[in-house]
Design a protein around this ligand. Structure first.
Ligand code: UDP
Ligand code: MG
Length: 316
């Protein structure tokens, strides 16, 4: 007996993409029809656009197209929440009615030509298939450099992210269902999926030019995404304070020794010793104490996330 074909959902977050959304929808629908035609995916597969409360007429375009195309579904968020949350909304909304979901940006900068490969890897038993870009030619040098810095910084702080993987990926039903358990408010999907584990695979592709419109990730938002990523996966910055505190404390011990020596050998003016000693002492103790507070804060922070502590992959 043949294994049943997977029902695929393609999730597209969309914010103010009036110039390109119709084009992208047409291209993706074509792809889905081609796959159902060639018997790779089930006929119930569909495309789902998540409108992140666009302020242009993107939503009207989407709604109009959905009346003409059976395979097009859409949801609209009540307010603009940003890329990560739009993605989350789509993944959770359609997790139970599909066998796998693929998320891809509306500008189709990520090569949808590798989607067939993603499905193949999924059918070989991988629960997550990461799209990773080979080179970033079409992006300006500045964007490339900041993107590189972004991944380096994340790794430096011990956040497990895949180099050059954005949010172009396939996730299986159980991953999407499991995602519900990650109830954190500060969402960093690029960190959550590698954190989950399971069998994963990678497909490589070349990044293209945006179809049209402008990037919604200016430098400011990249920095904010990096900070979100670090602070929602790592307590290294807090531990760093403890380290600094300890260092300062040791240095202050030496300085106190010096002050005492200078005092005893009468190399000081009156009042110097009694002023400078508590100064050194308190400085060291204070930073050390902040560091200790930070350690506990880090623990509380991890507890309040209520992340699943483990996930079972297989049972025999
Ligand atoms: N996007 C979104 N909400 C936002 C900003 C962006 O849903 O607040 C969508 C956008 O429509 C696109 C994707 O997120 O489909 C990625 O945005 P963009 O292409 O501007 O980012 P870049 O590729 O430049 O990093
Ligand atoms: Mg883009």
């Amino acid at each position: 007996m043949e294994t049943p074909l997977p029902v695929l959902g393609i999730i597209v977050p969309c914010y103010n993409e009036k110039d390109i959304i119709a084009d992208s929808i047409v291209k993706l629908l074509e792809l889905i029809r081609q796959f159902t035609g060639s018997g790779i995916i089930d006929g119930k597969s569909f495309l789902a656009v998540v409108d992140d409360r666009s302020r242009d007429n993107s939503w009207d375009i989407i709604r109009e197209m959905s009346s003409r195309h059976r395979e097009l579904k859409a949801i609209r968020l009540a307010a603009n929440r940003g890329h990560q949350y739009a993605l989350l909304a789509g993944l959770l909304e359609y997790s139970e009615v599909t066998d796998c979901l693929i998320s891809v940006d509306a500008d189709l900068q990520d090569d949808i030509g590798v989607i067939a490969k993603m499905i193949e890897k999924f059918r070989q038993g991988n629960d997550i298939v990461f799209g990773v870009r080979n080179k970033r030619k079409p992006d300006a040098a500045f964007k490339r450099a900041t993107a590189y810095g972004f991944y380096r910084l994340m790794n430096l702080f011990g956040v497990n992210v895949l180099h050059n993987h954005a949010d172009f990926r396939l996730t299986s039903r159980r991953i999407n269902v499991e995602l519900k358990e990650f109830s954190e408010v500060n969402l960093f999907l690029r960190g959550i999926f590698p954190f989950m584990g399971f069998n994963t695979a990678v497909v490589y592709y070349d990044r293209r030019e945006r179809l049209g419109g402008k990037s919604k990730y200016p430098f400011r938002r990249m920095v904010s995404l990096a900070l979100d990523g670090i602070t929602s996966f790592s307590t290294v910055p807090l531990r760093f304070i403890t380290f600094i505190g300890f260092l300062v404390f040791i240095i202050c011990l030496f300085l106190m020794g010096y002050a005492l020596w200078a005092y005893l050998t009468h190399r000081t003016i009156a009042g110097w010793f009694s002023t400078v000693l508590p100064f050194y002492f308190l400085g060291g103790v204070q930073i050390l104490c902040i560091g200790i507070l930070g350690e506990y804060l880090g623990k509380i922070y991890k507890e309040v996330k209520r992340r699943p502590r483990f996930t079972v992959d297989e049972r025999i």
